[in-house]
Design a protein around this ligand. Structure first.
Ligand SMILES: [Zn+2]
Length: 259
């Protein structure tokens, strides 16, 4: 499956998706009892009538895939609710949230250890009870992770921040005009809201990766070639996974075993 920001549409609502949105990739064989392959909005996924069948398929496929990779990957846990594997070639840990149909990958150069520290916090484990779900001093947030109560569903939402690479292309003329308005717009490391800067200057980029309104982030590189300037940046994306208190406790137990 290939994802193209701004043109790949959710099969359920047919609205195009941006790479910064929280969506679920679903890859299924042609089977009438399973949803069609595609990238679904989280809410659209939850409304699928055959969601339960898909989750069962996802659980079986994940399990057999991890078993087949066990001589290449370091498979730390295969479980009905969570599986965890470390992939040495890219130095990343993968957490499979089986009951949600989601996979989160974290670099082992920082974020993985931070994730374990975040959830294995002594106070959090102590205070995490159904009665404390909505208050608790443990409702916490770091730069990369957050736990927030979601009152209507009775869940605690685990939020994980991911970075998404995006690109904008300008003409050389637009490039000069933008620099006059905002000198640091093409400086690696600068945080820029491009929708805002472009609207101030009435500039429409030649090429937008996804939707311009989602183009805000930290500039990583600028490539000037003939009459065009390609600007790459990392935009923020939050993956949200609702978990019941017992599910979060189980995740903490898994992390205790594998970290
Ligand atoms: Zn949708």
């Amino acid at each position: 499956m290939i994802f193209a920001a701004g043109s790949t549409a959710c099969p359920n609502c047919e609205k195009p998706l941006d790479s910064t949105e929280d969506f679920i990739p679903i890859e299924t064989p042609l089977r009438t009892d399973l949803p069609e392959s595609g990238f679904y909005h989280v809410d659209c996924f939850h409304r699928l009538p055959n969601r339960a069948q898909y989750l069962e398929y996802f659980r079986n496929r994940t399990q057999s895939y991890l078993e087949s990779q066990s001589n290449v990957w370091n498979v730390l846990e295969i479980h009905d609710r969570y599986s965890v594997a470390y992939v040495p070639s890219i130095d990343e840990a993968f957490i499979f949230f089986i009951a949600s149909g989601r996979v989160v990958s974290l670099s082992c150069r920082g974020p993985w250890a931070e994730f374990c520290d975040f959830l294995l916090d002594y106070e959090l484990r102590d205070e995490l009870t159904e009665q404390n779900r909505l208050k608790g001093p443990w409702i916490s947030e770091t730069k990369l992770f957050a736990l927030k109560p979601e009152p209507p569903g009775g869940f605690i939402v685990l939020e994980v921040r991911n970075g998404v690479q995006k690109m904008l292309r300008f003409t050389a003329n637009q490039y000069e005009r933008l620099k006059q308005v905002r000198a640091d717009v093409f400086s690696p490391g600068a945080f820029i809201d491009f929708a805002d800067v472009c609207s101030q200057t009435s500039i429409a980029p030649v090429l937008v990766d996804g939707f311009l309104e989602n183009c805000k982030g930290i500039v990583t590189s600028v490539d000037e070639k003939n009459d065009r300037v390609d600007l790459r940046f990392v935009a923020e994306k939050w993956v949200r996974i609702p978990l019941a208190v017992s599910e979060l406790q189980e995740l903490i137990n898994v992390l205790q075993r594998v970290s």
